[in-house]
Design a protein around this ligand. Sequence first.
Ligand SMILES: Nc1ncnc2c1ncn2[C@@H]1O[C@H](COP(=O)(O)OP(=O)(O)O)[C@@H](O)[C@H]1O
Ligand SMILES: [Mg+2]
Length: 149
Amino acid sequence: MYERLIDSEQETEALARQLAEKLNPADVLTLEGDLGAGKTTFTKSVAKGLGITRNVNSPTFTILKQYEGRLPLNHLDVYRLANSDEDLGWDELFYGEAVSIIEWAHLIQDDLPSERLAIQIHRLEGDKRRFTFEPFGKRYEQLCEELFE
Ligand SMILES: Nc1ncnc2c1ncn2[C@@H]1O[C@H](COP(=O)(O)OP(=O)(O)O)[C@@H](O)[C@H]1O
Ligand SMILES: [Mg+2]
């Protein structure tokens, strides 16, 4: 488990861009944290770092948005699936070369690949945040080691 204390939105953006530079095809990131923690803010900067020029906004009402960049991006926000037990086949998204970022990923726990990077954002006072990165699998352990070296 890796931890980073953040003082400002700019620092969140910088962390996201550093991560984006290191992403490979088919990488999967999950984002957990209360409303307003900064999941979408973080995703926007990952997208910029992937060379995506279209504006990334919260896909809350559409669940999935896809973008083209250096690597394609699947941005999911599954918040509204909270009361659904249906198998909607999200796992199929994870087979392609796109990077996937999933807000509220625990709501589709059974569809998640076993190897992934789990990111938690805790709101502290004001603009401060505590980020924790938990890698599942060798690929993501390496990624975290590089990012936090
Ligand atoms: N350090 C920070 N990191 C991310 N967002 C921050 C930070 N400080 C303040 N904010 C603000 O908090 C809000 C986060 O909203 P958003 O990214 O939509 O959260 P979520 O997707 O987790 O609900 C934004 O209004 C953003 O400007
Ligand atoms: Mg959001």
